[in-house]
Design a protein around this ligand. Structure first.
Ligand code: COA
Length: 263
């Protein structure tokens, strides 16, 4: 990715000059990464030599996700050994309160402000969204760390897991429509409101348009995020082959915005 997204990414960092893009992962993968996604330089930090940063990531992940935060061995075996975590780093004073208090850093020390990990899969170009969090609200930090991390790993498609009522739906639709895939293979702690979606990243101009919320509002059906019967039947239909998607901005005033594609 280096065309249409580049000016938007530059504008984001110009508006947020204290943020920088970094990656934490195993050295063996460095040659496979694009270390200038959308033209933004990434400083790659070797996980082998940055245990303290990995510990900070673990703390923030567990704070962001509570009971389903990443266990330490999963961080090592399934994040840092096979891939690289994308990080937006910033002075600790910018973090929102619970994170700042938990990390015990001095105001000017560099902290992780937002992070995204997408796991490689058996299907070439397809990555799986595993963990996205931000402690820098109100800046679009999570949509940028997600977009740039996907660029860094050269992803063409993303499959992710989220909840109808999670504010993250608005973040995910910054990369384009979220096609409904179905329920989570193997189940989920929040099964009744959780689903798998797929985002196509093959067309950079389309991703850039979604990042800028530039797309024309497509006509969509509004379904309350609490109507789990209606939302469950959408998943039944998606699993049976119907082409259903959440259209940007994905969520609005307690509803998800759904469109069916025909033909
Ligand atoms: C979801 C999360 C990543 C968003 O972080 P962020 O990028 O700093 O959030 P922002 O303040 O920039 O808001 C991003 C979008 O969500 C919306 N949003 C944020 N908080 C919201 C809330 N409480 N209710 C409704 N919408 C909300 C914003 O309006 C914005 O929408 P826009 O892109 O259309 O303008 C962050 O809240 C988080 O870390 N949550 C816990 C972990 C999690 O659930 N991760 C997602 C797993 S799928």
């Amino acid at each position: 990715m280096a065309g249409e997204l580049a000016p938007l990414a530059q504008a984001f960092f110009a508006a947020n000059p204290e943020l920088s893009l970094q990656a934490l992962g195993s050295g063996v993968h460095v040659p496979s990464l694009d270390l200038a996604p959308a033209g933004i330089p990434v400083t790659h930090l070797l996980a082998e030599h940055n245990a303290e940063l990995a510990r900070q990531y673990l703390t923030l992940n567990q704070l962001a996700f509570g009971g389903i935060g990443v266990p330490r061995w999963v961080l090592s075996d399934l994040y840092l050994l096979p891939g690289a975590i994308g990080l937006l780093r910033c002075p600790a004073r910018l973090l929102k309160a619970p994170a700042r208090e938990r990390l015990l850093l001095a105001d000017e020390e560099l902290a992780i402000g937002a992070a995204c990990y997408v796991a490689p899969s058996l299907t070439p170009g397809l990555f799986v969204g595993v963990s996205l969090f931000s402690f820098l609200p109100g800046r679009g930090a999570s949509s940028w760390v997600k977009t740039l991390t996907l660029g860094m790993v050269r992803a063409k498609r993303l499959r992710g897991v989220t909840q109808w009522d999670n504010p993250a739906v608005r973040v995910h639709t910054r990369l384009g429509p979220m096609r409904l895939v179905g329920r989570v293979p193997g189940g989920h702690d929040y099964d009744e409101r959780t689903f798998v979606y797929e985002t196509d990243l093959g067309d950079e101009a389309r991703v850039a348009q979604a990042m800028a919320r530039g797309e024309e509002q497509a006509p969509a059906t509004r379904i309350p995020v609490t109507d789990l019967v209606a939302l469950g039947s959408l998943l039944d239909r998606a699993e049976a082959g119907a082409r259903l998607e959440l259209v940007p901005p994905g969520q609005d005033a307690g509803h998800v915005l759904v469109r069916e594609l025909h033909g």
